[in-house]
Design a protein around this ligand. Sequence first.
Ligand code: ATP
Length: 220
Amino acid sequence: MPSQSPKRLGLFGGTFNPIHYGHLRTGEEVVEALSLDRLWFIPAAVPPHKAPQGITPFEVRLEMTRLAVGDNPRVEVSDIEGRRPGKSYSIETLRRIRQELGPTWELYFILGLDAILEIPTWKDFRDLFSLCHFVVLDRPGYGRRQLEEVLREEVDPHFQPLADGTGFQHPSGCQVLMQATTLLDISATMIRALVRSGRSIRYLLPDAVRGYIIKNKLYL
Ligand code: ATP
């Protein structure tokens, strides 16, 4: 029987409080650049690195993420982190996804350069690099040396640069790929602050999400 070529699944985690065009456009560009078959946005139920007080309930952030994605056939919203108690550690999410999907899917974990430089503070971080590839959202020329330092000094000294200069390879075969994307200077913090001060958030996020925020009086 001919072997099936693996499919590529992108995993884009975040607090998404709320999701905005910075996240959505980045997801779209990564799907295109890496020929991903599917992209999942994964809202964190209990983000391990954010103070829990005042974070909008998970179900509300999940609903806004679903509204933002709409009927895009390649993109899905996963509630996987809401299905287990306690902090939403990425290692547990990845192990679960790996278990559920089996080996036919290659996993691409998408995160900002700032986030991967902090990875030594994550639970069981060394194990992540045998479970999935990483797509690091990069600004040209910025922080590559720091990334290499963190990978070699904190994760595994045997990381090797890829011949085409796009990233690094772990001895497991998993790669850390740097991907330049359009930089949209939008943050959820900025959106919450605009709402609080009664100003417009139009064109920073999809209208469906803006309508939901207004209707439910979020962030006031
Ligand atoms: P907050 O302002 O509340 O901290 P945020 O807008 O940074 O939120 P998160 O949900 O914390 O959004 O981010 C999830 C992921 O999206 C992170 O990996 C982060 O690096 C990335 N991200 C956030 N904003 C942008 C943006 N404007 N463009 C591309 N990626 C982004």
